[in-house]
Design a protein around this ligand. Structure first.
Ligand code: SF4
Length: 309
């Protein structure tokens, strides 16, 4: 009943339906018309017909007892993988996974999986991840209901309330601050890819930064100097673009950062600036007290890790 129908509407109809059809046998023996009349107002009447057909199959093939395994449940009319998992785990305590839109979003964000949730590969990943979780859980029913509820109330598609989330310590998207873009919208227009060559110099405890342009990404915020382009530049070209760089010592690493419309490939270089370069030198440890993006914090982290390695 709850599939595609508001809970408040179901709440009005469910008690009377259950009084009239308290078990599969009574439902199997009913006329289609009597079932449809009690379903009145809920819409999607095929569900009522399937439910009655399922009751008849339960009586004919399973002696009137609802089967417990996901495989058997899926042979019943109207029962797919999700419903079978929900019945097996919540009604019978089996370690059966369920994946709906809410579960898909929560799992994608915890793993910071920057993909859509549609398609065969996404499907396989979601179901196998959900499977591993229910097998590790003390109570598959509680786990499945908790993840669905978290997705419906806290980990919402827009503006998730991460501050209140019990999973924030293990959530990849929370750590990367990518929750607004993860999972990727199934209908999103293809993102434009841009390359940011981040030129990082750390002198003792200080890092050289400048103010980003007044327009565009992270406008007006502080950042190590960045050369932006549509493709990867050679070090020679980077030196031509930034004549205030004396030397490029090494390439640290590349990571991706997603924004609403772009995939930003951030390539972090260790450089040495000329002494006259117009940079501001701020304490690395206090950088997060300034207006800097999360992308900058990741650049600096990458540079520091590489310098210590
Ligand atoms: S921390 Fe935020 S993004 Fe991660 S699961 Fe919780 S609500 Fe979702």
């Amino acid at each position: 009943m709850l599939q595609q129908t508001q809970a408040s509407r179901v709440a009005e109809k469910f008690p009377a339906f259950l009084r009239r059809f308290p078990n599969p046998k009574r439902l199997a023996e009913s006329t289609e018309l009597s079932v449809l009349s009690l379903w009145q107002g809920l819409g999607y009447y095929r569900r009522a017909k399937n439910l009655r057909a399922a009751a008849q199959m339960i009586v004919a093939q399973y002696g009137g007892r609802v089967p417990r395994s996901v495989q058997e449940l899926q042979t019943l009319p109207g029962i797919g993988r999700y419903s079978a998992g929900a019945i097996a785990s919540i009604a019978f305590g089996q370690a059966a996974p369920i994946v709906d839109g809410n579960v898909a979003r929560v799992l994608s964000r915890i793993a910071d999986r920057r993909e859509t949730t549609k398609g065969t590969i996404a499907d396989e990943w979601l179901w196998s991840t959900a499977q591993k979780l229910v097998h590790a859980a003390n109570s598959p029913a509680v786990l499945n209901e908790a993840i669905m509820e978290l997705g419906a109330t806290i980990c919402t598609p827009r503006a998730p309330r991460c501050g209140e989330c019990p999973l924030k310590r293990c959530c990849g998207s929370f750590k990367a601050n990518s929750q607004e873009f993860v999972p990727l919208s199934n209908s999103a227009a293809p993102r434009k890819t841009v390359v940011h060559h981040a030129c990082v110099e750390i002198r003792g405890s200080k890092i050289g930064v400048e103010t980003r342009p007044a327009k565009g990404l992270w406008a007006g915020m502080l950042s190590p100097p960045v050369v932006e382009s549509s493709s990867v530049y050679s070090t020679a070209k980077l030196l031509r673009e930034r004549p205030d760089i004396k030397k490029i010592k090494k390439f640290h690493r590349e990571f991706e950062f997603l924004t609403t419309h772009r995939t930003v490939r951030i390539r972090v270089y260790q450089v040495v600036f000329h002494s006259g370069a117009k940079l501001r030198w701020v304490d690395v440890a206090k950088l997060n007290k300034f207006a800097v993006s999360n992308a900058v914090l990741r650049m600096v982290k990458a540079a520091l890790q590489n310098m210590q390695a």
